[in-house]
Ligand binder design. Structure first.
Ligand code: ADE
Length: 436
């Protein structure tokens, strides 16, 4: 299929990377074997907007094995692994992705995906799905002009109406799509993969928990032991990052929160809790994981110590006020790959990882394959479910039995056995009469 990637000569390196991911994604590989036999996606075109990584390649190959025509575009301008994109393009996947796309190229990629008239969409952050909906609802903005540049041939007003369903990978995307549905504007059913237990309990917590630190350490090579770490947000992502900060030897781990319940959880998990305005003066490393905007604002940045490191783990680059930082900085220079130094008006210097975008995917390789194995098993089962069932418009969780099946397959692959209920136990926990 047509494609646009950085350099096809990178393909051999990409194939090795994908091979390494496949070795560590046994659940998805098992689903692939079944897809090869059953071809549940035959005749369907899937447009996937995902981080173009070696793990995503394993998913793309699995969808293709199921009979789908796969078009793959990025879900972030800076997360594409060019060697992986090259390998997939060579295999006939319609990849339109390279690392370091500008805004226009990023939305051109969405137009490219739309031009293939997909039957199903797959999204991470909801840029593809929301662009399709904006077009269908006749909205106009700069990004849609860029989409239209490459969506030639597609009937842009009708296209969302003929899509039979879509999936969404991440918390931020699910929030956007639920908002779209609340306004009565959602045009096709969505399976919120993020809401599977075998996704968020593992990917968000252990995946981001490890890979965000991987990104920060590759960008800075800083020693975490002895540092004061500030984690903004104590959702599943923040929890993972805070737990790993402790494991890496941080001297203090401070959590900032807006939810009284999550703040209490953080306290009882053994972390300090205080407002960002106070934490800003104390921290050495700041990591945002809230999904919201300007969680670290200019007032906070101006209070920070000389040498403070700032990184973001949330989907969009809005959590640290990078625009404000750019505006007030006396000077800026790139010190190392994915590490920018800003000199503040106070003369102090702060260091921003990966332009304030997802540190794990920009400065490292994203979540390890073992974790994406479960997330993408959910994605594969979700598109199969959408292919086999006609759902009403709405935002759904994947059926529980499929979620449990992913966990069962993962345990099996790890060689771990668990107990089974006896008949007596099954009766006991399903009766209301039996007590003391
Ligand atoms: N999101 C986080 N880590 C990822 C990875 N390795 N591949 C695709 N999407 C991701």
């Amino acid at each position: 299929m047509e494609h646009k990637v950085r350099d096809l000569a990178l393909a051999p390196r990409g194939r090795h990377q994908i091979y390494w991911a496949e070795r560590n994604m046994p659940v998805l590989m098992k689903i692939r074997s079944r897809f090869e036999r059953e071809k549940p996606l035959a005749g369907l075109t899937i447009a996937a907007s995902l981080h173009v990584t070696k793990e995503t390649a394993v998913l793309a190959r699995t969808l293709a094995a199921g009979g789908a025509k796969v078009v793959l575009i990025p879900s972030n301008p800076l997360s594409t692994q060019d060697e992986v994109a090259a390998a997939l393009a060579e295999e006939g996947i319609g990849v339109y992705a390279w690392r370091g796309m500008n805004e226009r190229e990023y939305y051109n990629a969405i137009g490219f995906a739309i031009s293939h008239s997909p039957d199903l969409t797959m999204d991470d952050g909801a840029d593809l799905t929301t662009s399709l909906h904006k077009l269908a609802h006749g909205l106009a903005d700069r990004t849609l002009d860029y989409v239209a540049e490459t969506a030639e041939g597609a009937d842009l007003a009708k296209i969302a109406g003929r899509i039979r369903g879509g999936t969404e990978e991440t918390t931020t995307g699910v929030i956007r799509l639920r908002a779209l549905h609340r306004e009565g504007k959602l045009l096709y059913p969505i399976i919120a993969v993020n809401e599977s237990y075998t996704k968020y309990l593992f990917d968000n917590r252990y995946g981001t928990g490890q890979s965000t630190w991987d990104g920060i350490m590759r960008a800075t090579n800083a020693l975490i032991a002895g540092k004061v770490v500030v984690v903004a947000g104590y959702g599943w992502v923040g929890r993972g990052i805070a737990a790993r900060a402790k494991g890496l030897g941080a001297r203090r781990v401070i959590v900032t929160e807006i939810s009284p319940i999550r703040a209490l959880e953080a306290l009882f998990d053994g972390f300090e809790v205080m407002p960002m305005s106070q934490a800003a003066e104390i921290g050495d490393v700041f990591i945002t994981a809230t999904g919201d905007i300007r969680v670290i604002d200019l007032d906070d940045i101006l209070k920070m110590k000389d040498g403070a490191i700032l990184a973001n783990a949330g989907h969009f680059n809005v959590e640290v006020d990078v625009e404000g930082l750019e505006r007030i900085a006396r000077s800026k220079r790139t010190i190392r790959p994915y590490l920018d130094e800003y000199e503040l008006p106070t003369g102090r210097k702060v260091y921003l990882v990966g332009e304030g975008r997802l540190a794990n995917l920009v400065a490292a390789e994203g979540h390890p394959s073992e974790v994406m194995d479960m997330s993408f098993a959910n994605q594969a089962l979700a598109v199969e479910y959408l292919a086999k069932n006609r759902l009403e418009i709405g935002v759904y969780k994947l059926p529980d039995e499929l979620d449990v099946e992913v966990a069962r397959l993962k345990l099996e692959a790890m060689g771990v056995e668990i107990d089974k209920l006896t008949e007596e136990q099954r009766k006991y926990i399903s009766s209301w009469e039996l007590g003391t």
